[in-house]
Design a protein around this ligand. Structure first.
Ligand code: ADP
Length: 985
């Protein structure tokens, strides 16, 4: 058997052994086929074999002994329940009918035995088997078709898509139930109707019609998208229109599948939106993405990535090398190394590095990348994001700078700063705190635990734990301002420092105390100064009190001076206490000089001190100190002197003294004294407060000096006053004596002369009776008497002037003012003058009637008399003297006008002075005796009564002397209630 030979199982059902042999022989000749031949000699046997063996073909003799061929075929089909066993019927000669019957009963071929040839037999078998194969195929196709149709039906009936089929007239041939769900119309509403007929809107139908016609005419698949307002809302559909062809290639129908893509569209829109948002987020976050194909080296950047480096979209050339070029040269090696490391270790690529921006600036980027590997584990691709962290880096840099600034500040701060942990242990100390605690930087670097500060109370006992500032801080207390803790700290050296401790607790986010910052401010010096200042102020207060309480002595005694010294001594001691110095001296200067009047001191060996104080007495400051120093003191400056210099050896109070501070004691820029202090130690520098205190002490000292001086001057003034009073008393006595002693005899003489003259006048009037011989002698005696009387009057006037002038000078001129008629006063004075001198005509002019004034009538009369007597005295006989009385406003003016020599202007202002007489003025009448006092007294009398005096005169044209007095009506303010008032000084 060749390899190409096929095998066939053949059954021969024939009762003729010869025919069987022939058939076997014929079949054996077929080279292309190997036959396994079974034989059955009757129908029953044949059917039984068919049940046992799956034959490829049965050769059936039509005329079997037990049954006909048709019966056999029927039974065979019934037996196998399938018609797929090919049967070739062999019939005897001429039985065409049998052949037809056999074919009807399912035989596939027939052969007439007579015509049987090997070729024909082989052909028949082949034909029958081929037919059978085809029949089987058709059957299988039919079944498949049914199955497919069924499947389509199932699919279509259950599909959510709307499936419909249209005929060329665009009627619905089929539509699945999904249509009902969308349109609410039953399937039947669509069948054999166009969309228009179903009742869809015009534009909807037109669109469908156009597309369906197109598919029918072109035979090409088309897709359309349409909206449909369904009862559940507006839906979007996508329909695929597929042509269906007949065997001739004509489109006989169009199948449409419409899918509801509303959700898809919405999802797409949401996706687009989300993409956009992502893009925006990337851009806002200054983030870009990249995709690096490691195999090709292609590096794709997102637009945002390009934007990060200021590049226009699409301008990055897209290679790994181009990326490397954009990395800052200093960071390239690092970036490459980190990329390699990530690829090798298959780990995440992470790097912060700098890249070059298009504008030339440098940007910091944080890159994160994830690599993908092929089956062999080779990296093929890496995608990643870059985030612009320039601002973060810059703020980090600023923060670092700030941190180092703060660190420097922390270290440099003069107060001690302690950072405490949650247990109150110091974990960080600044330089000041380290020095306070005696902690070396070495200890810190070795991380040795720092002992807590040893806080003690005023008695040096350690503070109870709960009172320690650390404990208070950890309890959440803030120590500041009034709550700051004042305490002492005992240093490792044993010395104690006074501290003001402030601080604040450090809190975690949930408010728990995680530690504290404690600040110690060294107040030792300030406290010491405060104590000293308190003591000094107390002392100053006491001093000021004692100053006030010192009673001013009524009489200056030795004791007063001693008190002054004692006060100065106390000031010196106070200064010493205030400044905590070795000793202090106080030099008080003679006023207006720089000579030491006296000095006090304290703090040194008593005998040395008193010898020095004695020696400097009377010395000038410039003898004691250098000129520059004295000059500085004069200007109010404080001077520091090196007293160890040889020039000061003579005044050395103590061998260890090096320095002296000199402060001036000034009163209204006059140097009144100097305070000198000697500091305890050479290097001591006085604080401003201390210098201010010295200045205060100085001020007090100055006040003491000044007070002492004023007291002394007051005493002197009192003595002078007493002396003056005594003198005045004596003058008064003298005036009394003078006026009495001089005037009494004159009065007596005058009275006697007057009596004698009257007597004489009487005799003269009786001269006729007495005889004329004696008359001339008597007349002569009368003339003598008259002259004597004038002399006496002159004398009286002179004495009166002298007395008045003295009274004026001693301010003892008393005036007895009353309401009086000035006209009357003037008239009386004129009358008196007329009596005395008949050689001048005196006339009164001006206001008529009474003119009342508030005045001392006698004294005013004295003034008028003085004016008149001067007019008479200095003007030619027989000339007219005019007296005027004029009211003007609130005053009355009295003037005496003569035709005398007149007075030059320069003289007019002096004539009111005491003892002034115009030189060379000729006395025309009278004795000419005058003391130059009259006008002076006049002015005093008038001015004392509220009036004024004056003269108007032209040389050689006479003079007018005048005075005014306030009218009585205007003198209401004067004490007019009384009729009589005494005006005295
Ligand atoms: P005395 O007693 O000297 O007159 P007075 O004080 O009254 O003193 O006058 C001062 C001087 O003023 C006089 O010495 C005189 O020279 C001058 N004097 C006063 N009255 C007149 C007058 N009416 N005419 C010129 N000179 C006068």
């Amino acid at each position: 058997m060749s390899q190409s030979q096929q095998c066939r199982q053949i059954l021969i059902v024939d009762d003729s052994p010869e025919d069987c042999v022939t058939i076997r022989r014929y079949l054996s000749r077929d080279q292309s086929m190997l036959y396994t031949i079974h034989e059955a000699h009757n129908g029953k046997q044949g059917l039984s074999l068919c049940q046992e063996v799956a034959f490829d073909c049965v050769l059936l003799d039509y005329n079997l002994p037990d049954m006909g061929g048709v019966v056999f075929l029927d039974r065979l089909h019934a037996l196998l329940n399938q018609p797929f066993l090919p049967v070739v019927v062999l019939t005897g000669g001429g039985s065409e009918m049998a052949a037809v019957e056999s074919m009807k009963s399912g035989a596939l071929d027939y052969v007439l035995k007579k015509q049987l040839t090997p070729e024909l037999l082989r052909h028949s078998i082949m034909n029958a088997t081929e037919k059978m194969r085809m029949q089987q195929q058709v059957e299988a196709q039919r079944i498949e078709l049914i199955r497919q149709r069924h499947a389509f039906q199932t699919l279509a009936e259950n599909a959510s898509d709307i499936i419909s089929r249209f005929d060329p007239a665009l009627r619905h041939l089929y539509v699945n139930p999904a249509v009902t769900k969308i349109t609410g119309l039953p399937v039947e509403a669509f069948l054999n109707k166009t969309k228009r007929e179903v009742g869809f809107p015009e534009d909807f139908c037109a669109r469908w019609e156009k597309n369906l016609h197109e598919v029918f005419s072109t035979g090409k698949i088309t897709q359309i998208e349409f909206n449909y307002s369904s009862p559940t809302g507006l839906r979007i559909f996508q329909a695929k229109l597929t042509p269906e062809f007949d065997s001739a290639g004509e489109v006989i129908s169009v199948l449409s599948i419409s899918r509801d893509v509303t959700e898809l569209k919405e999802t797409e829109a949401a996706l687009r939106e989300s993409d956009e948002r992502l893009r925006l987020a990337f851009s806002a976050a200054r983030m870009g993405t990249w995709d690096w194909n490691i195999k090709t080296g292609k590096d794709v950047w997102s637009e945002e990535m390009e934007a990060l480096l200021g590049m226009a979209p699409g301008t990055f050339s897209g290679t790994y090398e181009a990326f490397c070029d954009l990395v800052h040269p200093d960071d390239r090696a690092l970036v490459t190394a980190l990329l390699q490391q990530a690829l090798q270790q298959k780990s995440m690529f992470q790097a912060d590095f700098r890249m070059l921006h298009a504008d030339g600036s440098v940007r910091w980027l944080a890159a994160r990348g994830h690599a993908f590997y092929d089956n062999e584990g080779h990296p093929v691709r890496m995608i990643g994001v870059d985030l612009d962290i320039t601002e973060r880096k810059q703020s980090e840099q600023r923060a670092t700078e700030r941190a180092s600034e703060l660190e420097a500040f922390f270290e440099a701060i003069g107060d001690g700063l302690f950072i405490l942990d949650a247990q109150g242990n110091p974990v960080r100390l600044n330089r000041a705190a380290r020095s306070l605690m005696g902690v070396s930087t070495g200890m810190l670097s070795e991380r040795l635990s720092i002992p807590p500060p040893l806080f003690v109370d005023e008695q040096g006992r350690p503070l109870p734990d709960e009172q320690r500032p650390e404990a208070r801080l950890l309890r959440g207390e803030h120590l500041a301002g009034p709550t700051a803790a004042d305490m002492r700290l005992r240093r490792a050296t044993g010395f104690e420092v006074e501290l003001s401790v402030t601080g604040t607790p450090l809190l975690t986010e949930d408010g728990a105390v995680s530690g504290a910052i404690m600040v110690t401010h060294d107040v030792t010096r300030r406290r010491r100064l405060e104590r000293r200042t308190h003591a000094a102020l107390d002392a100053l207060l006491m001093m000021a009190k004692s100053l006030i309480s010192i009673e001013g002595p009524s009489v200056r005694t030795e004791q007063t001076e001693q008190t002054g010294r004692a006060v100065m001594q106390r000031l010196a001691e106070l200064t010493c206490r205030v400044l905590d110095c070795e000793g202090a001296l106080l030099f008080v200067l003679v006023p207006g000089t720089e000579k030491v009047e006296y000095s006090v001191g304290t703090g040194f060996d008593a005998s040395l001190l008193s010898s020095l104080l004695n020696r400097v007495q009377g010395m000038s400051l410039t003898d004691l100190f250098q000129l520059a120093a004295v000059r500085q003191l004069r200007e109010g400056g404080v001077v520091s002197l090196d007293v160890s210099q040889p020039s000061y050896h003579a005044y050395q109070l103590h061998p260890h003294l090096h320095r002296a501070i000199l402060a001036p004691l000034c009163l209204q820029s006059a140097l009144m004294g100097v305070v000198i202090v000697y500091p305890m130690d050479v290097y001591h520098r006085y604080l401003t407060e201390e210098v201010t205190l010295v200045a205060a002490v100085g001020q007090l000292a100055v006040l003491v000096i000044e007070r002492e001086r004023l007291l002394r001057e007051r005493e002197e003034a009192r003595v002078r006053e007493l002396t003056a009073l005594e003198t005045t008393r004596r003058i008064d006595d003298f005036i009394g004596i003078v006026s009495h002693e001089l005037k009494s005899p004159l009065t007596a003489v005058r009275a006697n002369v007057q009596l004698a003259r009257r007597q004489l006048n009487r005799i003269l009037s009786h001269q006729a009776e007495l005889g004329s011989g004696a008359v001339p002698d008597i007349a002569t005696i009368g003339n003598f008497l008259e002259r004597a009387e004038r002399q006496i009057m002159t004398q009286t006037r002179l004495v009166n002037d002298l007395v008045d002038s003295t009274r004026v000078r001693m301010e003892k001129l008393d005036l007895q003012v009353t309401r009086c008629d000035l006209r009357k006063v003037v008239q009386e004075a004129i009358e008196d003058q007329r009596q005395t001198s008949q050689k001048h005509a005196i006339q009164l002019r001006g206001t008529e009637g009474e003119v009342f004034v508030w005045a001392d009538a006698q004294r005013v009369g004295q003034v008028v008399t003085n004016y008149l007597s001067n007019a008479i005295k200095y003007s030619d006989e027989d000339t007219m003297i005019t007296v005027r009385l004029d009211r003007c406003d609130s005053a009355v003016r009295v003037s005496v006008c003569d035709q005398g020599p007149g007075l030059p202007l320069d003289v007019q202002q002096h004539i009111w002075d005491r003892f002034y007489r115009v030189p060379g003025v000729e006395v025309k009448s009278g004795t000419g005796v005058g003391l130059g006092l009259g006008l002076h007294i006049c002015r005093t009398i008038i001015e004392r009564q509220g009036g004024t005096v004056g003269v108007s005169s032209t040389l050689n044209q006479g003079s007018t002397f005048w005075f005014t007095l306030p009218l009585y009506a205007n003198a209401n303010e004067l004490p007019s209630k009384q009729e009589h008032t005494s005006i005295s000084n």
